[in-house]
Design a protein around this ligand. Structure first.
Ligand code: PMP
Ligand code: GLU
Length: 396
């Protein structure tokens, strides 16, 4: 009965683990949830107030399918101020989350026979979105030793006449790596020489640490601007995961196609959330900085703690809110009848025996690792680490 695409698609593993952790919690099990990448902070008050005002004013009707002019203008101003990029309204589309922008981009750009280069470890939805649009993901491994950054030689070796695009994600989910300008320039050089379009997912832009500075690959040159679709959103920067507002900026024909696809599928993103998003982008930004400071403190604590645990080693990520420790030294160990053969076994072991939810690296294309989201309180981070320590002491 089901289409091939429906038979092939996998549910998002990150959302699946979150659902499992939340179900256990609802059943009264005290779970520490390092699973999902969702800020634990509340949406800033000024943003919520803007939504309440929108409701009261009756801003509850359809808007243009690709978003309101007011929000597009706020996005254009943000892209100019933060990224040095200039876009007009018809070069911007507002979607129901960055995930939706990425999906619409895949719909607009990919088809049978196309190859799309995805550096691994990758965010879970990229390969499935490519497959859902009948194209082929070409996974290019990056290494821990190189800071999980895509090297130009590896990128270039993966380019074929069928290559349609590269999906770049900096700062990265799951590795937490933020590319520096030099690394971006090397990628851009290959993209320009080999005529590869770049989808640049910059949703963790506001979360960089240790003096790292976010740069958009689109801002490196006029040519890169013409061959890049910048994707961003409010979920991570403004703790607005549930509001479902994301956006894309890029060449007019791509934006028009994405907007038309949207007009035939979801219509506009939620009108009230769009008003709130204008306030999030144009209003005071102090809550963004405050959240970043708190994430940074947790990052430092968690990475140090993970490195103090037997069998784990964790490089210090300079972006996003994920720690990505290497666990491969634990593989082959046992706890009673249970054998830990890889990252899935380890994640199940921690969930069942330590009441700690985290995501196996296999979900991101590298089973040597697991991902812990530190978008949870410092108290939980400390509690979770102690539980992991105790569970590890039972492995032999
Ligand atoms: N890209 C990456 C790398 C992410 O981690 C997320 C978070 N789920 C998204 C895109 C999508 O975010 P949203 O749809 O909530 O805007
Ligand atoms: N991006 C988050 C994560 O990786 C949210 C889950 C999802 O959208 O898949 O955990």
């Amino acid at each position: 009965m089901l289409s091939k695409r429906a038979r092939d698609v996998k549910p998002s593993p990150t959302l699946a683990i979150d659902a499992k952790a939340k179900a256990l919690k609802a059943a009264g099990v005290d779970i520490v949830n390092f699973g999902v990448g969702e800020p634990d902070f509340d949406t800033p008050e000024n943003v919520k107030d803007a939504a309440v005002r929108a409701l009261r004013e009756g801003f509850t009707k359809y808007t243009p399918a690709g978003g309101t002019d007011a929000l597009k203008d706020a996005i254009a101003a943000k892209l100019k101020k933060d990224n040095g990029l200039e876009y007009s309204r018809d070069e911007i589309v507002v979607s129901c989350g960055a995930k939706h922008s990425l999906y619409n981009a895949a719909q607009a750009l990919f088809g049978p026979g196309d190859e799309v280069i995805v550096p691994a470890p990758y965010w879970v939805s990229y390969p499935d979105q490519i497959l859902l649009n009948d194209a082929t993901p070409v996974i290019v491994k990056t290494s821990e030793a190189d800071g999980f950054v895509l090297l130009p030689e590896a990128f270039e070796a993966a380019v074929t006449p069928r290559t349609k695009a590269l999906i770049l994600n900096s700062p990265s989910n799951p590795t937490g790596s933020a590319y520096d300008r030099k690394a971006l320039e090397r990628v851009a050089d290959v993209a320009c020489r080999r005529n590869v379009f770049v989808i640049s997912d910059e949703i963790y832009e506001k979360l960089v640490y240790d003096g790292a500075e976010h740069a958009s690959i689109a801002s490196l040159s006029k040519e890169m601007r013409e061959r890049t679709l910048v994707v961003n959103g409010l979920s991570k920067s403004h703790a607005m995961t549930g509001w479902r507002i994301g956006y894309a900026a890029g060449p007019k024909p791509v934006i028009k196609a994405m907007t038309d696809i949207q007009s035939q599928s979801t219509s506009n993103p939620n009108s009230i959330a769009q008003k709130a998003a204008v306030e999030a982008l144009a209003g005071p930004q102090d809550s963004v900085a405050a959240m970043r400071t708190e994430f940074d403190a947790r990052r430092r604590f968690l990475v140090d703690a993970l490195n103090s645990l037997p069998g784990l080693s964790c490089r210090t990520p300079n972006g996003a809110f994920y720690a990505f420790p290497n666990c491969s030294r634990l593989y082959g160990k046992r706890a009673g009848d249970r054998k830990i053969a890889g990252s899935s076994d380890l994640a199940i072991y921690f969930l069942e025996e330590a009441r700690v939810a985290l995501v196996p690296g296999s979900a991101f294309g590298d089973g040597a690792f697991v991902r812990l989201s530190y978008a949870t309180s410092m108290e939980n981070v400390k509690k979770g680490v102690e539980r992991i320590r105790e569970a590890l002491s039972r492995l032999a």
